[in-house]
Ligand binder design. Structure first.
Ligand code: G4P
Length: 523
């Protein structure tokens, strides 16, 4: 029997402070994965304290690394992939989004769509990842509901369908009306939380609503809901799954409003694993052969071991512990004896896993981001991109005898996706590239702490990089010969053009029309 239809592998995308951590806690709580709200943060803090390179996280109060949380509810297994919750995100975040089948977008009702949400949304759009929207913090004063819905529709060019509607906000918050199920969710107790009080009604004109809500509250609900149902497209599951429509749920993660509806929506509408783009052909989750790809490599999860954990998304087949899988690009099969499933409460050894599940594979640096693992070699998943760096820096060693250690460190970190590294054709200063400032700090701190290499980062005379290729090798060679001072190799020996500005890229691309300049490189 195949188990992938009951898998929902998703990520939460949001701007810092919108409530992602709170919502994650509540989802896990509802899913029965943890018993105390607050554990996600507490566990995080304990883990950070043990791991020295993560001092940065502590100092800045942010989470640089991602993790995986699994919970079950009513026969559905949810795999929630966490993405770093900082504005200055890295490729890690992008790549995590390549491993999910859908996403939940959390918006602060007072702030609307913010910059980070928007960027992450664009990544989802590239891959047509369907999105459920959760408008959070309705227990506080916020912007009018219509304004929020119209902003999502306009800024993101999506159809929106409100699925629930808040009755008032802030001090006037009286509950959430479920427009689809015709139910009213009511606050209780001094903290006005949702403790499970649900009243079924026959519709918006049910007189029960007049008893349960204040007169102005119910009048506004009726008026708004009528306008909304006339003005917005009805929910269309197909349009949602194609990434053209987002159903919108209102709630308060803090007061537990809307969390239950969100889980139900994920169970009912979010897609189970889909065929994944691959060469020579897309891989269906129903394919009996085990395949997967590594979307993230993390060091030092356990400070007592120098191991790395490669996070693999299973794409097809039933994985069993001890199975031998062959990583693309290395040839030799490896036996996976101690795979890890990331349950919220603790890490547990996995005996079996199904398409959509994430498996942690401890290894000593053999597995790299972008690797395909398969029972039989020959398949290669595509679409795990390297992104053109937005910041380039030269690495200057404090102690010149440490060149070897530096090279190892830079290669390792390129492998993990912390930074990219470029080795210029001319000159001895290696160049590293990142998409966010924070990655530079992570790099320096890890060089010191893990590799005992002191280094400075100096401005580089370049601003961005492009991977180059050409149908005709002679054209490529001509280009490289004529631009030697701007040529470098990436970690895999692919030729890279280092440009002084984005403008220069355009200028050069015009002059060498046979050469392709790519801002991403698929591995
Ligand atoms: P993030 O992971 O997206 O960065 O957000 P996080 O959940 O940490 O929430 C950011 C702040 O917003 C927290 O307050 C949190 O308690 C609050 N918050 C989250 N959801 C809701 C909600 O539905 N209603 C209200 N009123 N507040 C909400 P903080 O004071 O910054 O942190 P803390 O001291 O409470 O941990």
């Amino acid at each position: 029997m195949s188990h992938f239809d009951d898998r929902r592998t998703f990520a939460i995308i949001s701007h810092p402070d919108a409530g992602k951590t709170t919502l994650t806690e509540k989802l896990l709580l509802f899913g029965g994965a943890i018993h105390l709200a607050g554990e996600v943060k507490a566990r995080g803090a304990a883990r950070r304290a043990r791991s020295d390179w993560m001092k940065i996280e502590q100092q800045r109060g942010i989470s640089v690394t991602s993790s995986v949380m699994t919970f079950e509810r009513e026969g559905i297994t949810f795999n929630l992939l966490d993405t770093p919750g900082h504005e200055d995100f890295s490729e890690d975040t992008y790549r995590t989004l390549t491993a999910v089948d859908s996403a939940v977008m959390v918006i602060d009702v007072a702030k609307g769509i913010e910059s980070q949400t928007r960027k992450l949304f664009e990544v989802c759009r590239l891959r047509s990842v369907p999105i459920i929207t959760f408008v959070n913090k309705v227990d506080r004063e916020g912007r009018p509901v219509f304004e929020t819905l119209d902003e999502i529709a306009e800024l993101l060019a999506l159809d929106v369908t409100p699925m629930t509607w808040p009755v008032g906000m802030g001090g006037e918050f009286e509950g959430i009306y479920d427009l689809v199920g015709n139910r009213l969710l009511l606050p209780e107790g001094p903290s006005r939380e949702f403790l499970g009080k649900v009243v079924e009604v026959s519709g918006l004109d049910d007189p029960k609503l007049d008893e349960l809500l204040s007169a102005p509250g119910v009048a506004k609900l009726r008026e708004d809901a009528e306008l909304a149902m006339a003005g917005y497209a009805p929910f269309d599951a197909e349009a949602y799954r194609n990434g053209d429509l987002t159903p919108v749920y209102f709630g308060s993660a803090l007061k537990e409003f809307g969390v239950d509806s969100l889980i139900a929506a994920l169970a009912e509408h979010a897609p189970p694993p889909r065929p994944q783009p691959a060469e020579p052909a897309p891989v269906s989750p129903a394919n009996p052969e085990v395949t997967g790809f590594v979307f993230k490599v993390q060091a030092n999860m356990d400070p007592n071991h120098r191991d790395r954990i490669a996070f693999m998304r299973l794409c097809s087949g039933t994985f069993k512990r001890g199975m031998k899988l062959t990583p693309s690009g290395h040839g030799k099969p490896i036996a996976i004896h101690s795979p890890i499933l990331f349950f919220a409460r603790e890490r547990e050894l996995a005996d079996e896993a199904f398409p959509g599940d994430i498996i942690g594979i401890p290894n000593h640096g053999v597995l790299r981001v972008g690797d395909t693992l398969s029972e039989r070699p020959g398949v290669r998943f595509t679409g795990l991109p390297n992104f053109a760096p937005e910041i380039l820096r030269r690495v200057a060693l404090k102690d010149p005898t440490k060149t070897k250690q530096l090279r190892k460190a830079l290669d390792d970190m390129a492998e993990e996706g912390v930074t990219q590294v470029f080795y210029p054709e001319i000159g001895s200063n290696w160049v590293i590239g990142v998409v966010g400032q924070l990655q530079l700090e992570v790099l320096l701190s890890r060089l010191e702490a893990e590799y005992k290499v002191g280094a400075n980062l100096e401005p580089a005379p370049f601003e961005t990089a492009r991977w180059i290729s050409a149908e005709d090798p002679a054209e490529l060679k001509t280009f490289m010969d004529q631009n030697r001072s701007a040529m470098a190799k990436d970690r895999d020996d692919n030729p890279v053009f280092l440009a002084k500005s984005a403008w220069e890229v355009g200028y050069i691309a015009d002059r060498y029309s046979k050469v392709k300049f790519a801002a991403t490189r698929e591995r």
